[in-house]
Write a protein that binds this ligand. Sequence first.
Ligand code: S3P
Length: 429
Amino acid sequence: MQSYTVQPAKSVRGEIRVPGDKSISHRSIMFGSIANGVTKVSGFLRGEDALATLEAFRAMGVQIDDDGETVTIVGKGLHGLEEPTDVLDCGNSGTSMRLLTGLLAGQSFFSVLSGDKYLRARPMKRVVGPLSKMGAHIGGRAGGEKAPLAIQGSKLKGIEYDSPVSSAQVKSAIMLAGLYAEGETVVREPHLSRDHSERMLRAFGAHVETFPGGVKVRGGAELTGRDIVVPGDISSAAFFMVAGSIVPGAELVIKGVGINPTRTGIIDILMGMGADLELLHERDETGEPVADIRVRYAPLKAMAISGEVVPRAIDEFPAICVAAALAEGTTVVSGAEELRVKETDRITAMADNLRRAGVTVVETPDGMEITGVSALKACAADSFGDHRIAMSMMVAGLVAQGETTISDVDCIATSFPGFRELLEGVVQR
Ligand code: S3P
């Protein structure tokens, strides 16, 4: 387990591109595999999470080729997957495990999903519960709450489900089962979570209808393969948006970032804190809005963060915590209890790390209160095995008084291979 030491930066400047969107990359493999015909994906994220999904479909007999540029998937149709002869290893990836659970529930074969120790500790009842109501046969540790999950494919029927959480993984798992179910499947959620499944499934020809508060899927429709251009991941760009906002004199342009409105909470929050962000060259690429993002240093002020913006920024809270640690006043985050069941408990992890850096943080059950300081103390930070905690503390290290060492940074490879090099490439010392 490698650690990494960051030196403070004089400034950050440059023009960069971040790797492809993780959520869209997963879905391109899944939907391409169960479509008829060929799907060609450019901009695919070759991070460990999306590669776990790719390997899972190869293990179910799907031909997937990668020439380093384009990933080509030869779809097998809705009913063409083959029973995997071994456990499907989802690694660290909640998206792989939860979406696959939905997709596998309606197959005519048996499968087992497992993953690393972090994933095996995460809650799975949120998908196993509603899928069981559809007629799925899924067993798992702790009464189906924890992986490994064993799925005996069966005939499914559509349900109407009011999800207690705003979760794209829950919504997408049920939608994928809905493709195989008899009749209609409806999912409602408290606030709209990312809608990549809705957009992409519709583009593949599935019967998907959205309405305020939810989505409806009609089972049985065959999908048709298509070309997909994966935009840069706004969740990866977020680390550079925060770095550009907190390092004096900074100016960065991040090219080709996905700005789907269900993902732009980070932009709204940073701008609410006074950040200098600008969207340039807004365009559309295969059904997803894209822009270049320019960020310049600006003094930040604290704000209250809650409600509908929370799911729209759910993966960006570790980075937002770093922005809050340098903002004037106390930032109050609430309604964000989902952060406790991410790759690690991100409320506790960021509170712990920021305290080590000299920041006053109060944890609450569903959020935290962070009182900003003018400079961070040098410290030894802990990634807790979570890629986004590691990257956030590396960004924090740019504005610390001295060296910041972050333990176990190998996990960054799950979502952002090349992060260190990209960051060091824009830092001026
Ligand atoms: C994802 C949904 C979110 C997010 C995760 C990716 C997806 O999880 O945190 O990184 O691709 O559907 P939840 O559905 O648990 O909020």
